[in-house]
Design a protein. Structure first.
Length: 109
């Protein structure tokens, strides 16, 4: 893909596109084999997450925090938005690459 990586200073400029993407993906089901933070309140592993390997106090804290934000919207999230995964194409559009961390989750993540 032709283009240039975005700088860290440009990250906030793509917020409207990310918000629109989340709005457009609210109804998309979970990636097979993966779990959202809301699923992990009850379950202990799925996708690339295995809470069984973490100290019980840390798991309890995470679950408490996930429960506190459980009313937030779920949609497809990229999971690793950073300047190295954003390319400004020659036509001025922005391409988001490296989707291996994507899943349906709270739009907070």
């Amino acid at each position: 893909m032709d283009g240039n990586l975005l700088s860290a200073d440009e990250l906030l400029s793509i917020r409207p596109q990310i918000v629109a993407f989340h709005a457009a993906t609210k109804g998309i089901p979970q990636r097979p084999g993966f779990l959202s933070s809301q699923d992990l309140i009850e379950l202990d592993h799925g996708g690339d997450v295995d809470l069984r390997t973490m100290p019980a106090k840390v798991v309890a804290r995470c679950r408490g925090l996930w429960s506190a934000v459980s009313e937030q919207t779920e949609a497809v999230i990229h999971g690793d938005i950073n300047p190295g995964n954003l390319i400004r194409c020659s036509d001025g559009s922005i391409a988001l690459i490296d989707w291996d961390e994507c899943r349906r989750d709270l739009v907070l993540f």
